[in-house]
Design a protein around this ligand. Structure first.
Ligand SMILES: [Fe+2]
Length: 253
């Protein structure tokens, strides 16, 4: 069984459209699921949520989704520096003011976690746990340098055993590790990568015959349209440069 896992779209409609077009060209996929953070940082939150709903893509709530939906005081994001923190507050305020009531309801209805059982729920078999960040909170950053102990602690929280998969996003940097036979898969980000590669990222996950296959896919998209959309909105124009550099803009001196 093969799945496309897409995460951290962050209202970047051109990136989402390109990823969905790429997914459509793969007829062997059983399903596509999203791992949250549909909105924030780019000017198409309503359009992104509408397209996800129209495409019938199930998914979980990212921190951005659950904080916008509940009118929380901030987006639950971590900031790289004080400037990014200031910009992040602007993005959160803009997004909260911008989203339609229907979008807000859709974000609030997203579950925290989804379990896939590729062999069927009638058989003991591998489980794929989908969360935004970790099985405990959608704000914790599960980076590649986390210890094996941390991974196994999260697996215990999720009830995952050898042969199972826990997939998540949130850090915007893709990685994959096998600890004790449990696969930990960070899907990277569709709409706001931070690994220096501007292209939209997602993961193809294949489960079967006791094996787990993980392929990180990168897709070129109309980034000029995304950058223009940001500049023409009231969002900070720095977000356009952030997209162009894959999350690694030159430091402001
Ligand atoms: Fe995110």
């Amino acid at each position: 069984m093969k799945y496309a896992l897409i995460s951290d779209i962050h209202a970047n409609l051109p990136a989402l459209e390109a990823v969905l077009a790429d997914i459509t060209r793969r007829p062997d996929l059983a399903a596509t699921c999203h791992l949250g953070d549909l909105v924030g940082y780019a000017p198409w939150p309503d359009e992104t949520v509408a397209l996800i709903e129209q495409a019938g893509i199930p998914g979980v709530a990212g921190n951005y989704d659950s904080t916008v939906a509940t009118d929380y005081k901030h987006c639950g994001c971590r900031y790289e520096d004080p400037i990014q923190e200031q910009l992040s507050h602007l993005s959160y305020g803009w997004t909260r003011a911008q989203v339609s009531p229907a979008t807000k309801r859709a974000l609030g209805a997203l579950p925290f976690r989804i379990d896939l059982l590729p062999s069927g729920g009638h058989r003991a078999g591998p489980r794929v746990v989908l969360v935004h960040a970790t099985p405990t909170l959608n704000t914790v950053y599960w980076t590649e340098d986390r210890s094996d102990e941390f991974c196994l602690k999260m697996a215990a929280h999720a009830g995952a055993a050898a042969g199972d998969v826990i997939a998540f996003g949130h850090t915007h940097k893709p990685w994959h590790r096998d600890v004790g036979g449990i696969h930990f898969v960070n899907t990277g980000s569709v709409g706001r990568p931070k690994d220096g590669d501007w292209r939209a990222g997602y993961v193809l996950l294949e489960i079967g015959q006791g094996k787990v296959g993980v392929e990180v896919v990168r897709v070129e998209y109309d980034i000029d349209r995304a950058m223009r959309g940001i500049r023409e909105s009231m969002l900070p124009s720095e977000f356009a440069e952030y997209l162009r550099t894959g999350g690694q803009p030159a430091p402001v001196s």
